[in-house]
Design a protein around this ligand. Structure first.
Ligand code: HEM
Length: 128
């Protein structure tokens, strides 16, 4: 359940980020305060990933799982930089890096989530 919530929130992040980045460039109205959710969800996602991808009995603690657990902290640190020191951090290259790290987070969480589902399916059933 926490892993499903994490995945949904990450896709909301992607959508908000793409609309913010692309929408303004093609002349859509600015997101305004709606984009505040991107910041809020960013913090929630970073905490939730650490919880949802913790070591679990019967689920192999692979390298991908460990990376996915802490990876959201990377786009979060840059995102906090955009808010705290925009003049220094909000450059086109760092915004692009932030987007790539965000998309890489989604990929890692998806792989870790598929691994977890496979491990849980393989677990021996006690029902006989
Ligand atoms: C784990 C994933 C992510 C986290 C934790 C995260 C976090 C943040 C935070 C905290 C901000 C600052 C919010 C603000 O300026 O009010 C931000 C800004 C932004 N994010 Fe993300 N984000 C993530 C993923 C993404 C993705 C996938 C995209 C797009 C593909 C994206 C695009 C953007 C853009 C365009 C900005 C505005 C940058 C600027 O112009 O200052 N983010 N993000």
């Amino acid at each position: 359940m926490p892993l499903s919530v994490l995945r949904i929130l990450l896709y909301v992040q992607l959508l908000l980020g793409l609309v913010k980045y692309g929408g303004e460039r093609i002349g859509l109205p600015p997101l305004g305060h709606v984009f505040d959710f991107h910041e809020l969800i960013g913090v929630i996602v970073a905490i939730l990933a650490i919880y949802a991808l913790r070591p679990l009995p019967g689920v192999q603690d692979t390298g991908v799982r460990m990376a996915a657990r802490f990876f959201p902290l990377l786009p979060l640190v840059l995102g906090i930089g955009f808010v705290a020191i925009p003049n220094l951090v909000s450059t086109p290259h760092i915004v692009l890096l932030h987007m790539v790290l965000g998309i890489a987070t989604i990929a890692l969480v998806e792989i870790a989530s598929a691994q977890q589902r496979r491990s849980q399916r393989r677990r021996p059933s006690f029902a006989g």
